[in-house]
Design a protein around this ligand. Structure first.
Ligand code: 4NP
Length: 155
């Protein structure tokens, strides 16, 4: 089993989108039995909330239903429970480093380090600018890169 946790700030826009896209990808590849997937936010503002309606609409447009997800906050324990912890941006990465137990750092990655365009480091926060379409495309691309990396190392 490989366990994967996607993390953004609020856990209502980018990381639930990533969770939905990655789950859809592994289901279509017939690999669902090999994975545990979850998402979380570094902040607690939206704990218990479903994904932002705009994130739900964008994923639905691509045939992916994330309406059942509920936000939770990332915690210290995640570093012992997840093999891959994917930060959506550098600020999320810094905030995760702050709760990372000694020796857990190798589990933490910038999600876009798995993207095909190596120049970009951050999935931009769509909460204020509403660019959920661009975020979907970036996440989909990096999700494929992440799966390729996991396949090569674990499957
Ligand atoms: P996310 O987006 O980190 O992609 O879930 C945000 C959601 C909420 C807020 C900021 C970003 N907020 O400030 O409430």
């Amino acid at each position: 089993m490989v366990s994967v946790l996607f993390v953004c700030l609020g856990n209502i826009c980018r990381s639930p989108t990533a969770e939905g896209i990655f789950r859809d990808l592994i289901e279509r590849e017939g690999l669902a039995d090999h994975f545990t997937i979850d998402s979380a936010g570094t902040a607690a503002y939206h704990v218990g909330s479903p994904p932002d309606s705009r994130a739900q609409a964008e994923t639905k447009r691509h045939g992916i239903d994330i309406g059942g997800l509920r936000a939770r906050q990332a915690r210290h324990l995640d570093f012992t429970q997840f093999d891959y912890i994917l930060a959506m941006d550098q600020e999320n990465h810094r905030n995760l480093m702050a709760i990372c137990p000694p020796g857990g750092e190798h589990r933490l990655h910038l999600f876009l380090d798995f993207a095909s365009n190596p120049g970009r480091r951050d999935v931009p926060d769509p909460y204020y600018d509403g660019r959920f379409d661009a975020v979907f495309d970036l996440i989909e691309d990096a999700a494929k890169g992440l799966l390729a990396d996991i396949r090569a190392k674990h499957l």
